[in-house]
Design a protein around this ligand. Structure first.
Ligand SMILES: Cc1cc2nc3c(=O)[nH]c(=O)nc-3n(C[C@H](O)[C@H](O)[C@H](O)COP(=O)(O)OP(=O)(O)OC[C@H]3O[C@@H](n4cnc5c(N)ncnc54)[C@H](O)[C@@H]3O)c2cc1C
Ligand code: SF4
Length: 456
């Protein structure tokens, strides 16, 4: 906000920048008294509670509050709701194809998708082993150096919030429009090329890999989704990046990002409080320090504490998977993600955490839970090599906790998932295990979870 005020002043605007010492609405009341405007203009807030509060705010201020459409999303709330109302199944893939056609993104004149397919997932999702064998060289990760304004804010954060996890001195992200555009172009020039194939891979001490790291700027309006998509499509047209990567990136933005926002407005209020699996366990304290023997969690936690950022698979398949399998309470998990990520906002957390990670909406967002044993993490990363646990053991002192927690999860929710065609096989496999193995798995999961929720 400080940089924005400076930039507007440089453009010749008169800017009244108020440092907030009390409530936002009180500061606005003072402002209205001073300037007596006819109305207040506000861009559609991306938070449900704030939007609900606008009529009250208008009464308090004594002037009309006019809401302008947001430019942070490509699909308007009304449009998504109308589509959702007519859809038998609310599938991201259907939403994605509809929006691509409507906006004409990677669509040929005959209405067919460019390259003859809507997705190229089979060329993507490469493993860590493949990366070691034939992966490209990792590019230099992006970094922005703090200027004098940012350094002042860093000092303020250190002073006001000394006990918060992480260190503001390590702040590395853009805070101006120019710097955000530089990051976008750096991604397009140096990482988009390999984005698709290596999107799901995780490498210890390499936080960025080929990801864009655009959400910190996208979610506060320093970049628009339209310009990010257009930049990627232009790179494809100019021969600068393959379709597999470009379509993969476009899918993330106009598919997932817009879908997640649509679901938030469709299901609020009440969505954030759902807890269909009745998970109640409190979070262990080490989620704020990264002090755990589970090497994958240690790396991913230390990364988010240091940078405020993890890529999607780290958020979903390492942390999220652990929170789901351990039966941790959705409100605690939601609060934790919101506290820890630099790109966190209510609209994006609700469907990702309550729906995608915790299955707490009973399967509204995802037809099957994103549950996985150690095999997945072992295949996609190099975390297991440096771990005190063994990814190939299901029980015993060296067994990876993800393995016994995985089977414990399906045993606990057997009735719910037995009729789900997408996980029926897992339930059958569990049912057919010898009773001694089942008992050992359940006992080890119980011991692990009861040891202070594994405060290892
Ligand atoms: C538990 C959990 C918590 C998450 N928390 C956030 C969050 O606080 N803020 C946030 O913006 N995203 C969040 N995501 C979604 C996704 O993980 C991040 O958008 C992505 O990791 C940001 O890094 P990036 O910009 O390098 O993304 P890239 O891997 O480069 O992907 C490109 C873009 O796709 C969009 N995108 C992809 N998947 C999603 C998704 N599921 N939801 C929304 N946008 C998506 C983002 O705008 C992202 O910039 C979360 C996902 C999970 C599973
Ligand atoms: S063995 Fe298990 S706990 Fe250790 S890094 Fe691999 S998946 Fe994580």
């Amino acid at each position: 906000m400080r940089h924005r005020a400076e930039a507007l002043r440089a453009e010749g605007w008169k800017v009244d920048y108020v440092e907030l010492t009390g409530r936002f609405s009180d500061a606005l009341v003072d402002y209205i008294r001073q300037y007596r405007p006819d109305s207040v203009l506000v861009q559609e807030p991306s938070q449900f509670a704030f939007r609900q509060a606008l009529p009250r705010l208008s009464r308090k201020l004594g002037v009309p509050v006019e809401i302008l459409p947001t430019n942070q999303f490509l699909v308007a709330e009304k449009d998504f709701k109308a589509w959702a109302g007519q859809s038998r199944h609310l599938l991201m893939e259907n939403h994605y194809r509809r929006v691509r056609k409507k906006l004409g993104i990677l669509i040929e004149p005959d209405g067919k998708p460019t390259g003859g397919a809507w997705n190229f997932d089979s060329s993507n999702r490469e493993t860590y082993a493949a990366f070691r064998k034939r992966g490209p060289k990792l590019p230099q990760p992006p970094r922005s150096d703090p200027d004098h304004v940012t350094r002042q804010v860093i000092a303020l954060v250190k002073r006001e919030f000394p006990d918060h996890p992480g260190d503001a001195a390590d702040f590395w992200l853009p805070v101006t429009r120019e710097e955000s555009l530089r990051w976008l172009h750096d991604f397009i020039a140096n990482r988009l090329n390999h984005f698709g194939p290596w999107e799901d891979m995780m490498v210890a001490d390499e936080p960025v890999l080929f990801h864009s790291v655009l959400t910190p700027m996208l979610n506060i309006g320093l970049l628009s989704p339209r310009e990010c998509v257009e930049a990627a499509v232009s790179a494809y047209k100019a021969g600068g990046a393959p379709l597999t990567s470009v379509e993969g990136f476009v899918r993330q933005i106009i598919g997932w990002r817009e879908f997640i926002n649509g679901v938030y407005w469709l299901r609020m209020p009440g969505y954030e409080e759902l807890n269909e699996l009745q998970a109640v366990r409190p979070l262990p304290s080490w989620v704020y320090t990264g002090e755990t023997e589970l090497n994958c969690l240690r790396h991913v936690l230390r990364q988010v504490i240091a940078t405020g950022y993890n890529h999607h698979i780290q958020r979903l398949m390492v942390l999220g998977n652990f929170f789901l399998l351990g039966g941790f309470a959705p409100d605690a998990v939601l609060r934790w993600y919101t506290e820890m990520y630099v790109d966190a906002h209510d609209w994006v957390m609700a469907a990702n955490v309550i729906g995608m990670v915790l299955h707490a909406d009973g399967g509204f967002m995802a037809t099957k839970p994103y549950a996985a044993g150690a095999g997945y993490i072992h295949k996609m990363s190099n975390y297991c090599g440096g771990c005190r646990y063994r990814p190939d053991q299901r029980t015993g002192p060296d067994a990876c906790p993800f393995n016994f927690l995985y089977w414990n999860f399906y045993a606990t929710h057997r009735e719910r998932f037995a009729t789900n065609p997408r996980v029926g096989m897992m339930i059958k496999t569990w049912d057919e295990k010898p009773s001694a193995e089942k008992a050992a798995i359940l006992q080890q999961a119980k011991d692990f979870l009861e040891s202070g929720s594994s405060d290892h």
